[in-house]
Design a protein. Sequence first.
Length: 185
Amino acid sequence: MDKSYSILESSVRETLASVVWSHKIQEKQADICSNQFKVMETAKIVSASMTSVGIVSLIFTDQLWLKIVSALLSFISIFVSAFFKSFDLQTMVSQHKAAANNLLAIRDELKLIILQIHLEKDEPTALYEKYEDTVHQLDKVYADAPNTSDKAVAMARVALNITQDNTFSDEEIDHLLPDELKKGV
C-alpha cells in the first residue's frame, strides 16, 4: 500500500474510533435519561396516589403522623412535577438518540472510506476529499449533540471494552447471511 494511503487510513481509523466512542456515549446517555424518566414518573404516580389516600384518610381521622406523611408525599409530588417542568427527559432521550443515529451514519461513511483505501478504489487525494467532507459532517453532528455525563462515559467504556458491544465473530455474522455469502462455508 502506498504511503499516502497508509497515512490517510491511519487518520480515518482514529476518527472512526472517536465516532464509535461518541456514539456509544450518546446511546448510554439516552439510556440514563430514559431510566430517570421511568423512576421519576413512577415516583410521581405513587406520591400523588398516596397523597390522595392520606388526604381522604384525614376526613375520617385526625392523626398527626398521617398529616406529616401526607405533607411529605405532597412535597415529593410537587418536586417531581417541578423536575419534569425543568428537565424534559423525553426530549433529552430523543436528542441523544438522534445524535447517536447521526454518529452511526458517519461511522458507516468512515468504514466505507477505509474499505476504499484498502481497495485503492480512488487516488489518495480523492479519498482524502471524501474524508474531509465526512469530517465536516462530523463537526456539525458534534456541534449539535447534547452534552453527556461522566456516568455515560463509564457505561460506554464497559460496553465497548468489557462486553464488547458491536463486536461480532465470523460465526455470528455467518448466522445472519445466506449460505452463499457465509465465510465459514
